[in-house]
Design a protein around this ligand. Structure first.
Ligand code: PBG
Length: 325
């Protein structure tokens, strides 16, 4: 009765692993992956992060080994975060040339040289006692322009330590342009900026707060974007590009694939996406309960992020996945 259907048989191209591999439109490559790592000051053994099973706060020694292992696996880059012993109102450790992040940059650059692109988080929240990404004014609000001066100083010390790429992640207005000028004036024209362009005020950062021993009370909704807004991301994008961003990022990744696609369709610079701590924790915890297949879920999330337009993906699974590919 309906004899003329099916008129085409797409299933023909799914009949074997070989043909599925041949027609795959999206392929992950180790060089597209960036490993975020935490360097903690003053510890002699690595410390486990309970909400991110398998991820550690590193000693100087284990940080070097982790970087070497990532390079060996062919991972493209490493994003360093510092966890200082002391925090204060202005985040002094973030601009101390001997602060933990600067030490970590020097250690990793000397360990892996140019085998990995070495990147650093350029933000104050790991270093402030109130946990915000900037300094506060006398009414306790995050002071945009005073924060820019702190970021300029951070950019200089990170570049002096030898970093290849800085990642301003605080969502202050004008941060990319301000950091660019500070770098240029200090003779660091070759240090690139990976701009956290569309960074949303997300519940999925939860485990990261443990990872950096964050002291934040409250939220970041006055500076990070509202999850309801996609068009606004395009405004942030235009500003970051005008200010000199070399690469742009969407963060988190999986809940914001629509934003990622829009950004990727618009720009002619490389696009990154950050698969954040909560995305990692969801997969690991569900897998630990036997509710999902861990390895398949990891590959599916990364493939989807790549398919949605990310050239580069920051993921805590970078080394493990690179080894499998
Ligand atoms: C800010 C920063 C954060 C993350 C990366 N950079 C925390 C935040 O904005 O609250 C989160 C990364 C993750 O959750 O994996 N320095």
């Amino acid at each position: 009765m309906y004899g003329e259907f099916p008129s085409a048989r797409p299933r023909r191209l799914r009949t074997s692993p070989a043909i599925r591999r041949l027609v795959a439109e999206t392929r992950l490559h180790p060089a597209d992956l960036i490993l975020p790592v935490f360097a903690r000051e003053g510890i002699s053994e690595p410390v486990a992060i309970s909400s991110m099973p398998g991820v550690l706060q590193h000693t100087r020694d284990t940080l070097r080994k982790t970087a070497a292992e990532a390079a060996e696996a062919g991972v493209g880059g490493i994003m360093l975060f510092g966890v200082p012993e002391q925090k204060d109102a202005v985040g002094s450790q973030g601009t101390d040339p001997d602060g933990i992040l600067q030490v970590a940059i020097r250690d990793v650059v000397s360990e892996v040289g140019d085998a990995l692109v070495v990147m650093s988080d350029l933000c104050l929240d790991e270093y402030t006692d109130h946990g915000h990404c900037g300094v506060l004014d006398d009414q306790g609000r995050v002071d945009n322009d005073a924060t820019l001066e702190r970021y300029a100083e951070m950019a200089r010390v990170q570049a002096d330590a030898g970093v290849h790429v800085v990642g301003p992640s605080g969502m202050m207005d004008g941060q990319v342009g301000h950091v660019r000028r500070a770098l240029d004036e200090a003779g660091h024209q070759d240090v690139a900026i990976l701009a956290y362009t569309a960074k949303y005020a997300s519940a999925f950062y939860g485990p990261f707060r443990e990872a950096v021993n964050s002291s934040l009370k409250g939220d970041r909704k006055t500076y990070q974007q509202d999850p309801a807004n996609a068009r606004e991301a395009m405004r942030e994008l235009a500003l970051d590009l005008a200010e000199g961003a070399d690469m742009v990022m969407v963060k988190p990744a999986l809940p914001y694939l629509d934003v990622l696609r829009k950004v990727a369709d618009t720009v002619d610079v490389p696009v990154a996406a950050y698969q954040i701590s909560g995305e990692y924790a969801m997969v690991e915890s569900a897998a630990a309960n036997g509710w999902i297949d861990r390895d398949r879920a990891i590959m599916e999330t990364l493939t989807s992020i790549h398919r949605a337009g990310a050239n580069m993906i920051l993921t805590y699974w970078a080394t493990e996945v690179a080894q499998q590919l």
